[in-house]
Design a protein around this ligand. Structure first.
Ligand code: VAH
Length: 317
């Protein structure tokens, strides 16, 4: 029985990726792990383990006992939270990745997945249709850790043959988890406020365009990449990935077609500077050429799907 370990399974991406992986491989072959025991209660359909990725003995023991052959390493401190505790964010994001790459060698793992982000781009990166290869001088701890992590992934692939794969996610939007510590999480919270009939005060300015993606597209891209034949995965740092780009005003206007009384105001805070350092849109031609990436959701289709499904989910939060 070869198993897949998901580290940080209770996060925004992990919550949905764990469900899809369990559907594909069977719950008995999936181990959802997280620091927070309570957060693991929702994973009734797969195996679970309370796990601190920094507790190396515990991680090694679990890998041996459960014959883990793939790891999805999703645990990280996101952009806004990272700026409040830079040293911790760097240590968790970097040390945990290096440890996972070492484990991949030690246990001869089949594949590793590690998410990067458009946060690797910085203020002097071309902002429109940002290319796969370009200047990257990120000025957030999160972005710096993702850029360094990409370098390590490519190094472990080239030097040691570790089959580690990665995507530069745009802002991810889903209705199955609450808004987190990300700069793009305004685009999650806005739906919650609309459904609750509350006013929304946005922490970014009305015209802040950012690359975004609906969670079902992010899950599809992740599994398309992980299932691609090894020879098709030609970029071993991390692939640019794109779907939609919009501003807070544009998502507000889209929601307003469903909730005409919904109101918004704009009060940019420290996260505005983070958003301003990121691209407006991304060129993901290489992902489309190398392993056939294609997104399904635009802003209108995503908004309709979230507003249809979120009310039932609000009961669970
Ligand atoms: C963040 N949601 O806002 C993450 C993402 C592109 C941003 O990596 O930090």
């Amino acid at each position: 029985m070869e198993r897949i370990l998901i580290i940080g399974a209770a996060g925004q991406l992990g919550s949905e990726l764990t469900f899809t992986l369990s559907q594909q491989y069977g719950g008995d072959n999936i181990i959802a792990s997280d620091l927070n025991p309570k957060a693991l209660e929702k994973f009734e359909y797969c195996k679970t383990a309370v796990l601190d990725i920094m507790d190396q003995d515990a991680v090694r023991k679990l890998i041996k006992d459960q014959n883990v052959k793939q790891i999805y390493h999703l645990a990280a401190v996101l952009s806004a939270t990272g700026e409040k505790n830079p040293r911790f964010a760097w240590q968790l994001n970097m040390d945990s990745l290096l440890f996972v790459l070492e484990l991949a060698m030690e246990f001869k793992m089949d594949k590793i997945y590690w998410p990067s982000s458009i946060a690797v781009f910085g203020p002097n990166t071309p902002k429109i249709n940002t290319p796969q290869f370009c200047v990257k001088e990120p000025n957030t701890v999160y972005g710096i850790s993702k850029q360094a992590g990409e370098r390590w992934c490519e190094y472990y692939f080239q030097k040691f043959g570790v089959d580690v794969r990665s995507l530069r996610y745009p802002g991810l939007i889903g209705y199955k988890s609450l808004p987190g510590g990300g700069t793009t999480d305004y685009a999650v919270d806005i739906y919650h406020k609309a459904i609750a009939g509350e006013h929304f005060d946005c922490f970014l300015s009305a015209d802040t365009a950012l690359p975004m993606m609906y969670m079902p597209d992010a899950i599809k891209a992740t599994l398309d990449l992980m299932h691609a034949p090894k020879e098709n995965v030609k970029i071993r740092s991390s692939y640019n990935l794109a779907a939609i780009s919009f501003t807070p005003e544009e998502i507000y206007q889209c929601i307003k077609t469903h909730h005409p009384d919904f109101t918004i105001s704009y009060s940019p805070d420290f996260r505005q500077a983070i958003a301003d350092s990121w691209p407006d849109s991304i060129d993901d031609t290489r992902a489309r050429e190398d392993w056939g990436w294609k997104h399904d959701y635009d802003l209108k289709k995503m908004t309709a799907d979230i507003l249809r499904n979120l009310p039932a989910y609000l009961v669970n939060f």
